[in-house]
Design a protein around this ligand. Structure first.
Ligand code: AMP
Ligand code: FE
Ligand code: FE
Ligand code: ZN
Length: 286
């Protein structure tokens, strides 16, 4: 397979915490001259139909997901994200786990709103859930409510320790990462560890955990990601090579909730083709 444009394997839409609708993410990918884009919303596949309907013949659309997980080998557990590609979205165990994650997101957001309200910040669930528009609700939606009140200047600032990063943070109960990996694989998919060394989001797992995941069938590591320094990328590239994992690159595009443009990091065509061949389903598209 020849792939001429760029390949971006990680983007978000309004189905989770991106600001562009799924069809607009597809349009943005076309505008950026990408050959392949993957829609990987947090804990949901609800953006798939709209993205699929909007996809022109010139673009290959990969339909995926980013699952919120925990490594429970230490206390408190460490948060991490697994990207899934080419899986059956109707496989009951995986679909059930995604539904449970979304429910947990709603419960957590309501509890965080209670904390804000207790300090006299009058954010309401109606407002936040309207902004999430039926998608998977996340802290960026709460940050946007703080922005509308002029309390923070950006979504990023809303993630500061005095706001949603610590003071008003409630931790979700996330799926065990080994279980999430089994679920993606059980539904026929390929799993990639998203931004494994994104230290600015919190603690990251040691290499031994990545080795364990590789033994359990992880297919790849997202190496080229804005949250990784050049030294971290180098380290991850070597680790991927040593463990026989594919090294991917992607933007983790979130529209205006983050500053990174779509296609900012990309995956090599041969890596893309081989990675997707480990998953069971055909890409959507023409
Ligand atoms: P949640 O999954 O609801 O706990 O929210 C975490 C999400 O917020 C991540 O997936 C990112 O998309 C986003 N996020 C995390 N840190 C930041 C930041 N500093 N600025 C903007 N968005 C962020
Ligand atoms: Fe996000
Ligand atoms: Fe992520
Ligand atoms: Zn992401």
């Amino acid at each position: 397979m020849t792939v001429l444009g760029g390949i971006d394997l990680h983007t978000h839409s309004t189905a989770s915490d991106g600001t562009l609708r799924p069809a607009e993410v597809v349009d943005a990918a076309v505008q950026a001259g990408l050959a392949v884009v993957a829609l990987t919303d947090h804990d949901t596949v609800s953006g798939w139909p709209e993205a699929r309907a909007a996809c022109p013949a010139s673009l290959t659309l990969e339909l995926g997901v980013e699952m919120s997980c925990h490594w429970n080998g230490v206390q408190p557990p460490i948060s991490l994200h697994l990207l899934g590609y080419r899986f059956d979205p109707e496989e009951p165990a995986l679909a059930g786990a995604l539904a449970a994650s979304r429910k947990e997101r709603t419960t957590r957001a309501r509890r965080m709103i209670d904390l804000l309200n207790a300090d006299g910040i009058d954010v309401s669930w109606d407002e936040v859930s309207a902004d999430a528009a039926g998608g998977a609700v996340g802290r960026p939606h709460l940050a946007r409510a703080l922005m509308r009140r002029g309390l923070v200047a950006s979504v990023s600032e809303g993630f500061g320790d005095q706001w949603l990063g610590e003071r008003y943070r409630i931790r979700k109960r996330d799926l065990d990462v080994l279980e999430a990996l089994r679920l993606i694989r059980g539904a026929g998919g390929a799993a990639v560890f998203a931004h494994p060394l994104a230290r600015r989001r919190g603690r990251v797992v040691p290499d031994e955990v990545i080795e364990r995941l590789a033994r359990e069938g992880l297919a790849g590591l997202e190496v080229d990601h804005e949250d990784h320094t050049p030294a971290e990328r180098e380290h991850l590239r070597e680790l991927a090579e040593k463990l026989g994992l594919f090294a991917t690159g992607s933007s983790d595009f979130h529209g205006t909730n983050k500053s990174i443009p779509i296609g900012a990091n990309t995956t090599a065509p041969e890596v893309y083709t081989a990675l997707m061949a480990t998953g069971g389903r055909e890409p959507s598209g023409p």
